[in-house]
Design a protein around this ligand. Sequence first.
Ligand code: ZN
Length: 165
Amino acid sequence: MSGGFEDLVAANQKFADSFSLKGFDGVAKAGVAVVTCMDSRIDPLGMIGLKPGDAKIFRNPGGRVDNSALEALVLATHLLGVERVLVVPHTRCAMASKSQQELRQVIGESAGQDASWQSFHVIEDQLDALAQDVAKVRSHPLISDRIKVAGFLYDVDTGLLNQHQ
Ligand SMILES: [Zn+2]
């Protein structure tokens, strides 16, 4: 076993002592899925008034609709009760403020070795990328036209979602 996780395991013990999520199935109770960034400033449930059990959350750097996100949304809309999909990139995202070359350089310095082979899916124009990502979900042959899809930019300084798609 790997050390250094004691504080988190202790916190988990407390969490389990008053565990309240027992008996849930895997269905998204509010019928919602959110694709968003891994950024720690984002509370994907809290920002739309939801709680555990309500929604499917898919996160990656930048909050992009990549193949893995599409796989999740196909499953979520057919098997897990999802009827509305929100795609939510955010302001001041690192993936939209650095070039791939800059990221490779910074990571390379941090790692102490060459990082030029590592892909970083940087975003040149967030709103353009959001339009493309929403279109990918809407046009997916295995995601029904009945599913509502919208694109928002989340403002990490105000907590507000601004709809663009
Ligand atoms: Zn981000």
